[in-house]
Ligand binder design. Structure first.
Ligand code: BG6
Length: 538
């Protein structure tokens, strides 16, 4: 175990207590502040609990939260899905996920026995009102037996096509009302976490937002983008706004350009059907990459609180210049991998992946040049790229600074200096690197680029929590800062829809092929070269 329990929380497995640890002594002025992290007793209902997400992400996250002492003793999990499982089979499914994917693994037998006794399973068809009524009764019973105080967190771990029906059923079964918001004798809160993708274009996202808001208020809705839960992404705000040093140069006067890279070595990982309908633009750029850009580029929020943070992020997205078909042809590149080698392993062509159409035009790689038309960023290109089957797994934001106004050392015969780079490594090998020129020891003025490198792994003796741990805990404490708001999601689609439309109409340049294990199509290099720049190798 690597993290310490937070003050005011009790370890799971400790005897339940009557009062919630903190509800009495909350300072209303601090309500909603991101720094306050105290979960109340609650039940988490995982809808679609037998799927991949539960096994890979949710079960490990809950287990690690419990080990770190963040779960209140009353915490209860209810799995709800179509498969016919016993409670024991459901617990085994979660345990298998922990044993395979958790950062602390395998699950310790004695700890698991105690923790898993708080988990139960209910079979139900999602369109069957009786199943939801039964779920409602079960949750009332859990409130009475386990002291969960009517607090419910619903996690929609199902394909997006099912979201509207499930949300409707939650409403019809009376499970969406929250005491503080809706009164009517109801105690406790009700919140819903909705997995990405949130819609597949602006219109579908608007429809989904409307459908979800017919049942839940915006403040009950937690749209997840797990990149926002990554430690390094949160640290980006601390880096910018907790230090006096960087903010003054965080603008067009000093920054030449910014590169945001989300590179993956994996292919479609058995998700061919989903991915072939989605593509890299919708799967990564619409959410993860644009969120990284928004956090990087936003103005300082008035306070570190959900509304203020999201107000600032949405302003960045609103300032992104929408592309015309001509811009799409000039400033975007889409690619698809052919057979190749990644890390010594043979990789089949994208079109040969199971459940992918043999003549698929879906992009597994995208490179874009975006412009943020604001006072801070006008004229600074933001180059965004993401791809699957690339040679390295690396997510980073690299800032290239402008050159010094005078090449003083060139006059003394030194070769041109590399630009200064600040690279924020989101993953793996989390950290921040500053690259600058230094004099090579000896006579003359030879200058070479050197690195100053902060690494999480060597500076802190604690493991970073997985993003899902952070986000589930946040939803339990009612902090939506790291979740996306309706207007952010819609604006992100507004930025990208013209790109998909131009591609679909054949106006935005053709699909380029790249070998698996290469850094993507050469057209992406040419796009930057036209701007006099080059992609950084993370
Ligand atoms: C998901 C995408 O949102 O993010 C996947 O659907 C992608 O295609 C994944 O592989 C990447 O997440 P991470 O945390 O592994 O970088």
């Amino acid at each position: 175990m690597t993290t310490q329990p937070k003050a005011g929380t009790a370890r799971h497995g400790a005897p339940p207590h009557d009062a919630t640890p903190t509800s009495g002594d909350r300072n209303p002025l601090r309500e909603g502040l991101r720094l306050e992290r105290i979960p109340e007793p609650c039940t988490m209902v995982i809808i679609g609990a037998t799927g991949d997400l539960t096994e890979r992400k949710l079960a490990p996250a809950l287990y690690n939260l419990m080990l770190s002492g963040f779960l209140p003793p009353e915490f209860t999990v209810v799995g709800f899905a179509r498969r016919d499982l016993t409670d024991q089979a459901f617990r085994d499914h979660l345990r298998a996920g922990i044993d395979e994917y958790s950062r602390n693994r395998p699950a310790s037998a004695s700890i698991w026995d105690s923790f898993s006794s708080s988990m139960e399973y209910q079979r139900g068809e999602f369109h069957d009102a009786a199943a939801w009524a039964e779920l409602a009764k079960r949750l009332d019973r859990i409130d009475r037996d386990r002291g969960t105080a009517g607090n419910r967190l619903f996690y929609l771990a199902v394909p997006p096509a099912l979201h509207p029906e499930i949300v409707r059923q939650l409403g019809a079964a009376g499970l969406a009302s929250s005491g503080a918001l809706h009164g009517a004798g109801r105690k406790g809160w009700s919140r819903v976490i909705v997995e990405k993708p949130f819609g597949s274009d602006l219109e579908s996202a608007r429809t989904l937002n409307r459908q979800v808001r017919e049942v839940f208020d915006e403040e009950q809705i937690y749209r997840i983008d797990h990149y926002l839960g990554k430690e390094t992404v949160q640290n980006l705000s601390v880096f910018r706004f907790g230090n006096g040093l960087f903010e003054p140069i965080w603008n067009r006067r000093y920054i030449d350009s910014v590169q945001i890279t989300v590179a993956e070595t994996v292919g479609v990982e058995g998700r061919g059907e989903f991915y072939d309908q989605t593509g890299a633009l919708r799967d990564i750029v619409q959410n993860h990459a644009l969120q990284l850009m928004a956090v990087f580029a936003m103005e300082p929020p008035i306070e570190f609180r959900a509304q203020d943070l999201r107000d600032e992020k949405v302003k960045v997205l609103r300032a992104v210049k929408p592309m015309s078909p001509g811009d799409v042809a000039h400033d975007t590149v889409r690619g698809q991998y052919t057979a190749g080698w990644v890390a010594g392993e043979a990789v089949a062509a994208y079109r040969d992946e199971p459940e992918v159409a043999p003549d698929s035009e879906t992009e597994s790689y995208v490179a874009l040049k975006l412009e943020i038309e604001s006072w801070r960023w006008a004229g600074v290109p933001f180059f965004v790229r993401t791809g699957k089957a690339l040679p390295a797994r690396a997510t980073e934001i690299a800032v290239q600074f402008k050159q010094a106004p005078l090449a003083l050392f060139a006059r003394a015969g030194a070769p041109p200096m590399e630009p200064n780079i600040l690279a924020i490594r989101v993953q793996p090998d989390e950290g921040i690197l500053l690259r600058f020129g230094a004099k090579v020891p000896g006579p003359g003025f030879q200058i070479r680029g050197v690195n100053m490198d902060f690494r999480y792994g060597s500076s802190f003796a604690v493991d970073s929590p997985d993003a899902y741990e952070t986000l589930i805990l946040d939803a339990m404490v009612g902090d939506a800062s790291l979740f996306t708001r309706d207007d952010e999601v819609e604006r992100a689609w507004e930025i990208l829809d013209p790109i998909s439309a131009a591609w679909a109409a054949g106006e935005g340049g053709s699909l380029h092929f790249y070998d698996a294990g290469s850094w993507g199509p050469t057209a992406a290099d040419e796009m930057l070269a036209r701007d006099g720049r080059a992609w950084r190798r993370p």
